[in-house]
Design a protein around this ligand. Structure first.
Ligand code: ADP
Ligand code: MG
Length: 320
């Protein structure tokens, strides 16, 4: 019987708890947190992008290279860590010099801008796939985890949602590797890892995650890890304006809830730290909007503008 991704990890890869020395957070968060001694805490994450599953194989090599690093750095952002080093495991059908030149230019454009150094990797022949392992630093005891939030905490999101999934839907429909709308294209190919925001949220957010799989799934991970439920206010979701203009607000809301690839941060703040969040926003360290709250219970639920409960499905929502 096929198992889903998360039960597969739980069944075959999570070992009975005798925590290995130095592991502050193991399987189950955006990064593992490892005790780096006097150097602080090391945040480590790895993500694989497979051609024609995670991106169109015919896409520009520059775009593939820079996006692969961006999505890994997003997991560092979700922990409040600052990027330091990364490894690159590359599987290529052939060693095409032009492709490699463009790919590495894209990769290093992001690496250099973020001060993240390539320190190793692996190169093999096979169907195109890019695996990056990124490592970042965060001072001891201030990393943002998925656990740690409590009922009564407010839920916030940085930036706008739904744009990346809109771009992907458009590319799938047209068979093209880019979308004509420049904003949507940027939302899919050039997601901004919210690193500055993650750092600013140290000591303020009670939990955080980056939205790679859609708000319902990712806020659901925070709720489960924190042992609470979450209640979204659908009218407050910051929808990507370009997606709304092109596809309407209903479709865009579905993409925000159930699509993916936005790489914004979703985080929670206890009432006692709202003033600190407001101060950070006023100081220009981040922009974020409240979209709901955590409640006793389990799961993610939602209310519409009239305060009516709305049933959420995996891919969007429907009224009762
Ligand atoms: P993210 O979307 O933040 O990259 P994932 O949803 O991919 O996180 O993974 C959930 C958790 O499971 C993470 O902590 C990840 O490190 C862990 N994980 C995923 N695959 C494996 C595996 N094969 N073995 C061990 N841990 C894994
Ligand atoms: Mg993540």
């Amino acid at each position: 019987m096929p198992v889903d991704e998360f039960s597969l990890i739980e069944t075959f890869f999570r070992r009975p708890a005798t925590p290995a020395a130095g592991v502050l957070t193991g399987i189950g968060d955006d990064c593992a947190l490892l005790d780096g001694g006097a150097a602080g805490t090391l945040a480590v994450t790895t993500d694989t992008l497979v051609a024609d599953i995670h991106f169109p194989a015919r896409a520009s090599a520059f775009d593939i290279g820079q996006r692969a690093l961006r999505v890994n750095l997003s997991d560092l952002a979700a922990m409040g860590a600052e990027p330091r080093w990364f490894l690159l495991a590359l599987t290529l059908p052939e060693a095409d010099e032009n492709w490699l030149r463009a790919f590495s230019a894209g990769l290093f454009a992001v690496a250099d801008a973020q001060g993240c150094a390539l320190v190793g990797g692996d190169t093999t022949r096979g169907p195109l796939s890019v695996t990056i392992t990124a490592m970042g630093a965060v001072p001891a005891n201030v990393a943002l985890r998925r656990s740690g939030a409590g009922a009564g905490d407010l839920v916030f999101v940085t930036g706008e949602l739904g744009g990346a999934a809109a771009a992907l839907a458009d590319m799938t429909e047209t068979g093209a590797c880019r979308t004509a709308d420049a904003t949507l294209n940027t939302r899919y190919w050039y997601p901004e890892p919210r690193l500055r925001e993650g750092v600013a949220l140290r000591g303020i957010a009670s939990a955080a995650i980056d939205i790679s799989d859609g708000l319902i799934a990712d806020l659901g991970h925070v709720a489960r890890a924190s042992g609470v439920g979450a209640e979204l206010e659908l009218e407050k979701l910051p929808l990507c304006g370009a997606a709304v203009a092109r596809f309407g607000s209903d479709r865009t809301r579905d993409w925000a809830l159930g699509g993916g690839d936005d790489y914004e941060l979703c985080f929670t703040v206890p009432p006692s730290r709202l003033a600190a969040l407001e101060a950070a926003v006023r100081a220009g360290h981040l922009r974020a909007l409240p979209i709901g709250r955590l409640v006793p219970g389990t799961g993610v639920s939602a209310r519409d503008g009239a305060g009516q409960n709305v049933a959420l499905t995996g891919t969007g929502y429907r009224h009762f």
